[in-house]
Design a protein around this ligand. Structure first.
Ligand code: OSB
Ligand code: MG
Length: 375
């Protein structure tokens, strides 16, 4: 495929409700979309950064810069056999995985359309529906959290994840566990604790959690190994795992028993597949994490979640939990069994609403293949 044109767009979308994590509250999202044309086929990718560098080191603005100054100029006009061939070209750019993933994933969409395959089949998916859970932000009181959990369970979601932070943790989890003794329940601290809090974190063992996600520092795999040795609860790493080498190291050192794969954090579908494969070799279950994505990122998440090692319900949930109107048609919906069927149509499997996106766009940059214009 020859990359003829790349458009980077920033769109603004307001979440239906504010989302609170240990690192802050978000409601107004600034999302970057990659809109690529290759061999006359249009493909879409999402750069899944958040607005501030409190989850990982990337932000919407750093991604805008790296994409505009380095990624797009390197890629436009190039010819690739497959979308998987992009990652060696981007390798000299250190870090900035989310910015790279937006580019690579847009080319996967193109390749799937060219090969007349649903994206999930192209990336190697084997399941035709995926299991869904939800990630619930921090609430004002345990009672309010219990009400929210009840609502999500009524919709059919198979696993509930609670965001926690120091001071808003044990009593919240205890209230939910008391109300729902048998549900699949997990917590996510987004790096809010330290190894010195090990005794406090061991108190979560009594709640029979499926996992405790990323309790310690975002870049510290070894401290998680020391913590895992003191907990019965399985640790799941999120922030720490940016590629398959990190995954191997984390597994070898006993830092976690589960890994959350996010397409952006690991740099796109080809790297995600490598992380998945390492985990599968070691019988470590994986699941798909979320970054409050628009429909474009969500559609890519659905595709990745069909890989065979995604044996736990992910954070991929219905469009309408986030947005009054999503930018894809149909929107992502879940069945009453708490699953999302993998789409049968070719490419992303959801139509991208280009007109709606145009209306939401606050800035854009365009690169055209100059060799093409000159002829
Ligand atoms: O740690 O999984 C996380 C959102 C933003 C940044 C980090 C995380 C999250 C979520 C939301 O948990 C998952 C979603 O519903 O998209
Ligand atoms: Mg997380």
């Amino acid at each position: 495929m020859r990359v003829e044109q790349i458009i980077l767009r920033e769109i603004r979308m307001r979440l239906k409700a504010p989302f609170e994590t240990s690192f802050g509250v978000t409601q107004d999202r600034r999302i970057l979309l990659v809109d690529v044309m290759a061999d006359g086929v249009r493909g879409w990718g999402e750069i899944t950064t958040v607005e501030a560098p409190f989850y990982n080191s990337e932000t919407t603005d750093t991604a805008w810069h790296i994409f505009s100054a380095f990624i797009a100029p390197l890629v436009v006009g190039q010819t690739f056999e497959s979308a998987a061939d992009l990652s060696p070209l981007l390798d000299p750019i250190r870090g900035h995985s989310m910015a790279k993933a937006g580019m690579e994933n847009a080319l996967w969409d193109v390749e799937a359309q060219q090969k007349r395959l649903p994206l999930w089949k192209l990336v190697g998916g084997t399941r035709n529906e995926i299991a869904c859970g939800v990630s619930l932000g921090i609430r004002d009181s345990p009672a309010a959290l219990v009400d929210k959990v009840e609502e999500e369970l009524r919709s059919g979601y198979q696993r509930i994840k609670l965001k926690i932070k120091p001071g808003k943790d044990l009593d919240y989890v205890a209230a939910v566990r008391r109300a729902f003794p048998d549900i699949l329940l997990s917590v996510d601290a987004n790096s809010a604790y330290r190894l010195a809090d090990a005794n406090h974190l061991a108190k979560f063992d009594e709640f029979n959690l499926l996992m405790m996600e990323q309790p310690l520092e975002w870049d510290d795999i070894l401290s998680h190994a020391k913590l895992q040795a003191q907990l019965r609860t399985a640790i799941c790493l999120d922030e720490c795992i940016n590629n398959s080498h990190h995954a191997s190291g984390a597994i070898d050192s006993g830092s976690c028993r589960i890994i959350n794969i996010k397409l952006g954090r690991v740099g796109g579908h080809s790297s995600a597949r490598k992380v998945h494969d390492v985990c599968r070799e070691h019988n470590v279950p994986v699941w798909c994490g979320g970054m409050l994505e628009s429909g474009v990122g969500r559609a890519h998440n659905v595709a990745m979640s069909t890989l065979p090692g995604f044996t736990l319900p992910g954070d991929v949930s219905a469009s309408q939990r986030y947005w009054a109107e999503d930018i894809i048609d149909p929107e992502v919906t879940i069945t009453c069994a708490g699953t999302i069927p993998a789409p049968e149509t070719i490419g992303l499997g959801y139509e991208v609403k280009a007109d709606m996106i145009e209306g939401l766009t606050t800035r854009s940059n365009t690169w055209k293949d100059r060799t093409r214009i000159c002829v």
